[in-house]
Write a protein that binds this ligand. Sequence first.
Ligand SMILES: [Zn+2]
Length: 103
Amino acid sequence: MEKRANPMTGREAEYFWCLHCEKVYPAVDWDEAGEMCFYGKEWICPGDGCDGTTKDAHPWVLEDWPREHHPEYPEVPEIGVYYPLYGPGCVEAPDKINPTIGT
Ligand SMILES: [Zn+2]
């Protein structure tokens, strides 16, 4: 898989994880879904209906979200699979665990 660099952070990876949909897509797909704008290229999350952009694209490496918290996540991710940043039982993101909380 080809590496590309996030145009904002300059960090290179073959895959990037999206902070919005918490799924992983090839760097090439982020780049090709992107659009040119006044400061250069804005990446767009290739996920269906996702509004994630360059700032939400985290390289799929051990030193970044979510793998630094989840060493059990695979080195080569499955495309489109949900890899949550917070695991079950974590109180920091109850809406991700139980969507009925607060309704
Ligand atoms: Zn996304």
